[in-house]
Design a protein around this ligand. Structure first.
Ligand code: BES
Ligand code: MN
Ligand code: ZN
Length: 495
């Protein structure tokens, strides 16, 4: 957590030392601290930390190794690692890390613990807001990431379609957004047959949450997130190992909600719309079957080649609906394919768009925000692989190759009128903890898109025309902690 700068005097200083800067930093330390660092064999290798004794027996300061200015790989989140290694207490940055804003953000994101089912960890070290860092802004971003991570980490018995709907509606209500839910058989009357087909076998009925925020006259930005609360695979059932993590198959929905939270809290000058198709891909007598054919919202008939390719089905209806009002920007997030992980691994989600300028911006903001993504092509020659034998379209390509690309091409069939569309095939999970990224649920691509949208549409535009200052020297932080379990919209259903 962050602490206002008034407490600066009591805080233990953290010196960031690279190979080149270490001699000078070392020379500036009190003699006993220098001797202590030498006795401990401290070298400024990236990620190494060393506590220095104070005159009174307390903590006099901390040395932390970072990469050199010219290093090819500079992890701007590295300082977040200190949260796990330092004792509780108050700290401050004594000199500049590579990027103070990302270092402080990483501090917040590293301190995330999933606390819904057990007390997790003791008291965490606190950080004084570094100079030139907009504390309100990074806290807003971190709070949204916490919301997304909590939603993803929550298992499917609690984060079922009712739970995810409640979380989406709670967020919408907090920002006075206009919300509507279409649940169960009314999905058929609303012409959303694919969402219905995928979710109808589950005990908790399928649904679509649709909420809008902001002035209708502003540019329309629409977010769509895959909300599969659990993916058993359906009748084409997954193996035990493939199924084990499938509570996170609503990671796209959680990401869309996290980004929506950032946008709404900052009152960006857009008309935001969020569409969350919510289902459980379950097995029962009413489950959709391989070979079934359903008409989609758009009118195209879709043949079910594999019931486990369910995400693209619910997204097809939601995207077609979103597309009808020809938004300026249409963005979807989905834990859509295992193939995306095979191609790029868990930390680098692929994205797809036809808009060259947008693609370049997304890549740049991804690097700048330490939220990297990688563009893969909507390769036209593969599009014909999706042709159905007896329907307009099949939901699988029928081969083992380029699975993330063919899934993206399937989605593209349902987007026509949006000015720009971008699709993110995310993993929503960190298998092994890294700085700023504890093991477990992760919100990917939301932070980069927030930065992009903030740059395009401005922050605080609805706050009587005043821009939120990017620099805040004396920010009063009232929230005691970033753990916002009770704010996360998780309705406690226990009696
Ligand atoms: N939710 C999965 C994709 C997934 C699996 C994401 C593992 C992250 C980790 C999706 O619904 C799915 O099952 N996709 C299939 C598609 C196939 C049947 C064409 C896949 O990727 O195997
Ligand atoms: Mn599946
Ligand atoms: Zn799935």
């Amino acid at each position: 957590m962050l602490v206002r700068r008034e407490s600066l005097g009591e805080a233990a200083p953290i010196w960031f030392a690279a190979k080149e800067t270490w001699p000078k930093i070392r020379a500036s330390l009190p003699e006993p601290a220098q001797a202590f660092a030498t006795a401990c064999g401290f070298e400024p290798t990236p990620g190494r930390s060393q506590i220095l004794p104070g005159a009174d027996g307390g903590i006099g300061g901390v040395l932390f190794g970072i990469e050199g200015e010219s290093a090819r790989t500079r992890d701007l989140f590295l300082p977040g690692q200190l949260v796990a290694s330092l004792p509780s207490g108050l700290y401050r940055f004594a000199n500049e890390p590579h990027d103070a804003t990302l270092a402080a953000l990483s501090w917040l994101l590293s301190g995330y613990r999933f606390r819904r089912y057990k007390t997790n960890g003791g008291e965490l070290p606190r950080l004084c807001v570094p100079e030139n860092v907009d504390a309100a802004r990074i806290e807003r971003i971190a709070r949204a990431v916490v919301l997304g991570r909590d939603l993803i980490n929550t298992p499917a018995n609690d984060m079922d379609p009712d739970g995810l709907e409640a979380a989406a509606l709670c967020l919408a209500a907090r920002h006075h957004a206009k919300a509507a839910v279409t649940r169960g058989d009314p999905l058929l009357d609303a012409n959303l047959p694919l969402i219905h087909a995928v979710g109808r076998a589950a005990e908790k009925p399928p649904r679509l949450v649709d909420f809008s925020f902001g002035d209708e006259a502003k540019p329309k930005v629409t977010l769509v997130g895959k909300g599969v609360c659990f993916d058993s695979g359906g009748l084409d059932i997954k193996s035990d190992t493939a199924m084990s993590l499938m509570k996170k198959d609503m990671g796209g929905a959680a990401t869309a909600l996290a980004l929506a939270a950032m946008i709404m809290e900052a009152s960006l000058a857009i008309r935001l719309r969020v569409l969350i198709p919510i289902v459980e891909n379950a097995i029962s007598g009413s489950a959709m079957r391989p070979g079934d054919i359903y008409k989609s919202h758009k009118g195209l008939s879709v043949e079910i080649g594999n019931t486990d390719a369910e995400g693209r089905l619910i997204l097809a209806d939601a995207l077609a609906l979103a597309d009808e009002e020809a938004p300026e920007l249409l963005i979807d997030f989905a834990t859509l394919t295992g193939a995306a992980r095979v191609a790029l691994g868990p930390d680098l989600p692929p994205f797809y768009t036809m808009d060259e300028a947008l693609a370049a911006e997304i890549s740049q903001f991804g690097v700048a925000a330490q939220d990297p993504v990688w563009r893969l092509p909507l390769w036209d020659p593969y599009d014909k692989l999706l042709e159905g034998k007896v329907a307009d379209l099949s939901n699988i390509s029928g081969g083992p190759f380029a699975g993330s690309i063919t899934a993206a091409l399937f989605l593209r069939r349902f987007v026509e009128r949006a000015n720009s569309w971008a699709h993110f095939d995310i993993y929503a999970w960190t298998p092994k903890a890294k700085p700023g990224r504890p093991e477990g649920a992760e919100v990917q691509a939301a932070r980069l898109l927030y930065d992009l949208l903030e740059t395009r549409y401005g922050a605080g535009a609805d706050q009587s025309g005043k821009k939120t200052p990017r620099v805040a020297h004396h920010v009063k932080i009232t929230s005691e902690d970033l753990a916002i379990d009770e704010e996360a919209g998780l309705e406690d259903k226990s009696p």
